[in-house]
Design a protein around this ligand. Structure first.
Ligand code: URA
Length: 260
C-alpha cells in the first residue's frame, strides 16, 4: 500500500505516543535526543509522519504506549485521509478513537473493504513495505468473463509504473447477476495498483473490494463498521510482520461500532 502523508508536529507525536508530556517532549527535541529517519531534529516546529517516518528518542524507536489496531470495512464514497479540504467524507468520520490513529495505506474512494487504522508506526510501516510480502487480497467485479488469454497474462504478471507485478493468485471467484468476480492476491502496494493492472489488460472494473491483509479478514463485519483487532489477530499479524509480542494488552479491549 502506498503511503499517504499524516504530518504532525514532532512534540505532539511524542506526547501522543506517551513518550513524554508535550513540554517534556519539546525539551527532548531541544536537547537533540530525537531523530527522524536517522537525522537529529532540534527545531521545535518540525513535523514528521508518525506512520511512515522512523522516529527515535535516544536511539530507541518509539512505539505507542496504548497501541490500537482497528479494522474498518470501508464503504464506497469515503476517502482515505485524515481530513479533506474539499469537505468530502473521510474514513476518519467512520471510526471513533481516543488515540490518534491513522489509516495504513490507502484505498481509493470507490474501493470498499478492509482498511486498518493504527497508531503503531512500526506495524503500519511493515504492512506497507513490500519486503515483508504481506499479501493483500482483492475482489474485482467485472461485467463479463475475461478472455482466457487475459487471465493468462494477468497470472504471468503485468507491468505497472515500470514494475512487473506478478500476482500470487488470480482466479475466477464466482459469477453473479452483476458480473464475474475475480480474486487477486498481491503484496505490492502502489497506488491504484489493481485498477492499473486491470486497465493494462482491458478488463473493466465495476467494483473493487479488499478482502484480506495478511492473516486478517473481515468476516462478518458489515460495510461501514469497524472493530478492534482481537488478541489472536494481533498476534498473527505480528508474527507475519516479524514483530515481537505485544508489550501490553491494552489494544485487546474490544470496542467497535458503526458511526453512521
Ligand atoms: N488497488 C487499487 O487500484 N485501488 C485500491 O483502492 C486498492 C488497490
Amino acid at each position: 500500500m502506498e503511503d499517504i502523508p499524516h504530518l504532525d508536529r514532532l512534540q505532539r507525536i511524542l506526547s501522543s505516543a506517551g513518550v513524554a508530556s508535550r513540554r517534556a517532549a519539546e525539551q527532548m527535541i531541544l536537547d537533540r535526543r530525537v531523530s527522524v529517519n536517522g537525522k537529529i531534529v532540534d527545531q521545535l516546529g518540525s513535523k514528521a509522519d508518525p506512520i511512515a517516518d522512523e522516529i527515535r528518542v535516544d536511539g530507541k524507536l518509539i512505539r505507542p504506549q496504548h497501541p490500537r489496531y482497528v479494522m474498518l470495512n470501508k464503504p464506497d464514497g469515503y476517502i482515505t485521509t485524515m481530513e479533506d479540504e474539499r469537505g468530502r467524507p473521510t474514513v476518519m468520520q467512520l471510526v471513533e478513537s481516543k488515540e490518534r490513529i491513522y489509516p495504513v495505506g490507502r484505498l481509493d474512494r470507490d474501493t470498499e473493504g478492509l482498511l486498518l487504522l493504527t497508531n503503531d508506526g512500526l506495524v503500519a510501516h511493515r504492512i506497507m513495505h513490500p519486503s515483508f510480502e504481506l499479501q493483500k487480497e482483492y475482489e474485482v467485479l467485472t461485467p463479463a468473463m475475461p478472455h482466457p488469454d487475459k487471465l493468462a497474462k494477468l497470472r504471468a504478471g503485468v507491468r505497472v509504473d515500470g514494475k512487473k507485478v506478478v500476482p500470487e493468485e488470480a482466479r475466477i471467484q464466482r459469477e453473479s447477476a452483476k458480473g464475474v468476480v475475480l480474486r487477486i492476491t498481491i503484496h505490492e502496494g502502489m497506488t491504484h495498483i489493481v485498477r492499473k493492472m486491470m486497465s493494462a489488460l482491458e478488463i473493466p472494473v465495476l467494483a473493487l473490494r479488499r478482502t484480506r491483509i495478511g492473516p486478517l479478514t473481515m468476516s462478518g463485519l458489515p460495510v461501514g463498521s469497524y472493530r478492534d483487532l482481537r488478541p489472536g489477530e494481533i498476534a498473527s499479524l505480528f508474527e507475519a510482520l516479524k514483530i515481537d509480542a505485544v508489550e501490553d494488552d491494552s489494544a485487546a479491549t474490544s470496542t467497535g461500532g458503526r458511526k453512521r
